[in-house]
Design a protein. Structure first.
Length: 267
């Protein structure tokens, strides 16, 4: 599905979701003023996922040996490091840029094309990054929380950032869209989608077990993680939030100032 086609399809689905879930909650979260609409899209996404994407991912996990799944996942992750490194450069985070580019080169050579994540095994942690984070580092506010058809959790800023990710992924050859052969490109897109969903099976099962309201749980986790990525903290690596950290304002992500020394008591 091309981006223009997806945009038209997503717009139609959004209208349907709006009519299905437009009722606003009694006490709306200020970060989520469109909660009624978002819950409608979330319900649509969850229905499609349980009917299609999750069963396919479970079947893929069942029939594919774990070493093969790990190799596929690592290779997609490895080429994605190129775009992550580019975003670190655009953000002025030179240390992250060098580390991520080094990860890509190390895994591509010593890891046999990225099949083995030897960089992580040697202490070079993966640094998640994308153009939405770059916009945040440049000072653009995240805007209201937004649930997109198929893509899921996002925000106004991160939704705009998806356009940059799409074009940047093609430019850096880190997405199947850079391949001209249509059958191969579409096969890789499908495999990438299935691999991504399979990697989230444990997380979504855990959310189903422990969350009283999965929608708000996922929203809070997403906003916390995105704020951490803009700040550049290690928390951006995880899937779930640390609720001790305030995530209301990305712009307030300045390093903490050292406390002033206590005055010396007079004799």
């Amino acid at each position: 599905m091309t981006m223009p086609t997806y945009a038209r399809f997503a717009s139609a689905l959004a209208v349907c979701a709006l009519t299905a879930g437009c009722a606003a909650p009694g006490n709306p979260d200020p970060r989520d003023p469109w909660e009624g609409f978002n819950r409608g899209v979330y319900k649509f996404n969850d229905t499609v996922d349980r009917a299609l994407f999750k069963p396919v991912a479970q079947a893929y996990t069942y029939v594919t040996p774990e070493p093969v799944r790990s190799c596929v996942h690592n290779m997609f992750s490895n080429v994605g490091d190129l775009w992550s490194a580019t975003n670190s450069f655009l953000q002025g985070r030179g240390h992250d840029f060098v580390n991520t580019l080094g990860r890509f080169l190390f895994n591509t050579t010593m890891g046999i094309g990225g099949c083995f994540d030897v960089a992580s095994a040697n202490g070079a942690r993966k640094i998640p990054n994308d153009f939405g984070t770059t916009l945040g580092v440049w000072g653009f506010g995240q805007g209201p929380y937004l649930v997109l058809p198929f893509f899921g959790s996002s925000s106004v800023r991160d939704g705009a950032g998806l356009i940059g990710d799409w074009q940047g992924g093609i430019y850096t050859y880190s997405s199947p869209g850079s391949i001209d052969n249509v059958p191969i490109r579409n096969s890789l897109w499908g495999l990438d989608l299935v691999d991504t969903r399979a990697s989230l099976l444990d997380t979504t099962d855990m959310v189903d077990r422990v969350a009283l309201d999965p929608y708000s749980f996922i929203r809070d986790a997403y906003l916390q993680r995105r704020a951490a990525m803009v700040r550049g903290s290690a928390e951006g690596e995880g899937n779930l939030p640390d609720y001790d950290i305030d995530d209301d304002d990305d712009a307030a992500a300045a390093p903490a100032q050292p406390a002033a020394p206590a005055p010396t008591p007079t004799q």
